[in-house]
Structure formats: C-alpha cells, structure tokens
Design a protein around this ligand. Structure first.
Ligand SMILES: NC(=O)c1ccc[n+]([C@@H]2O[C@H](COP(=O)([O-])OP(=O)(O)OC[C@H]3O[C@@H](n4cnc5c(N)ncnc54)[C@H](OP(=O)(O)O)[C@@H]3O)[C@@H](O)[C@H]2O)c1
Length: 293
C-alpha cells in the first residue's frame, strides 16, 4: 500500500518512514515538501499520490511558545489535520495521526483510558485535541503518544536544532557528565519512536476497528525514575537533581500524572514494550552511535 508520511523530517516521522518501508511504498514528505497548513497543496498532493494511508507526523510541538503563538499551533495541530482528513476522505485513504497525553489534566491516579474525558490545560493541548476531532472526518487511527524519545543523535532539524525530546536531552547531559534536573512529581509513560513506529505498522497490518488508541511505553514512572534508569543503562554515574513543577515557572501547564493505558491497543493485538525495556534499547543505540559534538 502507498503510505504518505507528512512531517517526515521529525523524530517520529523519520522512524515511521523507515519502519513502514518494510511493507509499504512510502512517500516521505518533509515540511519543505508538503506544508500541511497549505490546504490546496495538501488536496492536490494527496490526490496525485493517491495513497492508501496518510501518516501525519507533522506537528507544532513548542508547548510553551504555543501560549503566545496560538494561531500557529492551531494551524498545524488542528486545521492542518482537518485538511489531511478531508484529503484522505476524498481519496478513500486512512489517516493515521498522533495525539498527546497533554489532553488530560493530570489529576488521575490510574493510567488514563481512551474513554476518559479530556480536559486540556494549555493552548498546545487544546490544539492537539482539536486535531484528534478533525481526524475523525476520515477513516482514522489516532494514536496518543507521550514523552517521545529516540530522535537521531547525529541529525539536526531544519533550523539546526537537535531533534528529540526531553529524554534525548537527558541522555546528552548524562553522556557529557552534566547535571540533570528531573521531575519527581510528573508521572509519565515515555514512548520510544521505534516502538510507536512498529505499532503503527502492526495496526495497518491488523486493521482493527478505526478510532482512538493510546500507544505509549507500558508502565509508568516519574521523570526522576526515567533519568535514573537511563543512566544505569548508559553505564554512567549520574548527577540527577530532583525538581518539582513548582520549581520552574513554565508558561504552559503540564499534567502531573499522565500515564496512559495501552489496554485497548493490546486488545487489538498490538503489545507495547515496557518503557524500561525501550530505554535499555535506546541506551544501547546511543552507546553504539555517540553524538557528534
Ligand atoms: N515529542 C513529544 O514528546 C510528543 C509528545 C506527545 C505527542 N507528540 C506528537 O507526536 C507526533 C510526532 O512528534 P515529534 O516529536 O516527532 O515531533 P518533531 O520532532 O517536532 O517533528 C515534527 C515535524 O513536523 C514538521 N512540521 C511542523 N510544521 C509543519 C507543517 N506546517 N507542515 C509539515 N510539517 C510540519 C516539523 O518540521 P520542522 O522541523 O521544519 O519544523 C518536524 O519535522 C506529533 O503529532 C506530536 O504532537 C509528541
């Protein structure tokens, strides 16, 4: 099947394009090749490629900047997804889109399920929730992921910034022998891009009922737990300082508890590895491919 991957220059997009290529005819499109906020180009590009599936890895992910940059966040995370969903529906394609744990307010004490009510607390979170809703106008799989990691250590984004998330930056600091600050009051289920990409491939293969699925590293831990496990796997002596959300004056609110349950995905036949297992594989890959300084 032809798979059109948007946002193919990002950390998940690179992984998804590579992993899907094992079974599909992948057309990877970076932002320069297809800007998803350009609806006429999206419509024409999708009609021309005539894909069986569009996998949207494009996003506006600057959580704090979005508080002031509301229009830009909505254009990419909400209306860009609407354009892709409309284009997918027009040519009978399935849309795979990625959501976020931030749609929840973080007041739960057990992992969130797909039928728990969202309550976004930031512009970024609201824009991503709108994107989930817009995705529904096509046959869709919306996979909520969180704390993504596994961005390539050697490659930089279009603007020269390092690709990757918080965990990648923690790995950089640990490998450089720098102090790491990690939240003791934020509980997460970190998601390895390789596992999310493999789950995407498995979903397309198994074709379970379309809809919303949580797709995160199984289990949960605080960021402090995650940083400690990563240091162990990297074989470095860590200097990790535990901090709380109140210690930082972040512009956008972060949910304190955002572990997600993978139960629905598992029932569809797709098992997500535990985050500790994912961190071990990631650390192995980082040791094998040290960062260029
Ligand atoms: N990172 C996380 O921790 C996290 C957590 C929860 C959910 N997610 C979701 O997971 C998905 C993948 O995230 P990621 O971490 O791989 O993000 P990423 O590394 O920031 O990649 C996003 C990609 O989207 C591209 N992009 C931005 N605006 C675009 C536009 N208008 N048209 C086309 N492409 C555009 C970016 O290009 P430029 O580099 O040129 O800007 C970048 O290559 C997203 O839906 C994200 O919201 C991520």
């Amino acid at each position: 099947m032809r798979a059109l991957v948007t946002g193919a220059g990002g950390q998940l997009g690179r992984s998804v394009a590579r992993v899907l290529a094992a079974e599909h005819d992948v057309v990877p499109l970076t932002r320069g090749e297809l800007d998803i906020t350009d609806e006429p180009r999206v419509r024409a590009g999708v009609a021309e490629a005539c894909p069986g599936v569009i996998v949207n890895c494009a996003a506006y992910n600057a959580v704090d900047d979005a508080e002031d940059d509301v229009v830009a966040a909505l254009e990419v995370n909400a209306f860009g997804v609407r354009s892709l969903a409309r284009a997918a529906a027009a040519c009978g394609a399935t849309l795979v889109h990625y959501g976020t744990d931030f749609v929840f307010d973080g007041t739960a004490s057990e992992p969130y399920r797909e039928d728990d009510a969202p309550n976004p607390q930031s512009v970024y979170a609201a824009s991503k929730l709108l994107g989930e809703w817009f995705a529904r106008s096509a046959r869709h799989y919306v996979l909520r992921v969180e704390s993504l990691f596994g961005g390539p250590a050697r490659l930089a984004g279009a603007d020269g910034r390092r690709l990757g998330g918080s965990l990648d930056r923690i790995a950089d600091a640990l490998l450089d022998g720098r102090e790491v600050r990690a939240f003791v009051d934020r509980v997460v289920s970190p998601s390895y891009v390789e596992d999310v990409a493999a789950a995407t491939l498995a979903l397309l293969r198994g074709a379970p009922a379309p809809g919303l699925y949580h797709c995160v590293g199984s289990g949960r831990g605080t960021w402090f737990d995650v940083a400690t496990a990563l240091a162990e796997e990297l074989g470095v002596e860590p200097v990790i300082r535990g901090i709380t959300l109140d210690d930082l004056a972040l512009r956008a609110a972060r949910p304190r508890f955002c572990a997600l349950s993978n139960r629905k995905l598992a029932a569809a036949g797709v098992e997500m590895p535990h985050w500790r297992d994912a961190v071990a594989r990631y650390a192995h890959a980082r040791r094998a491919s040290p960062r260029e300084s």
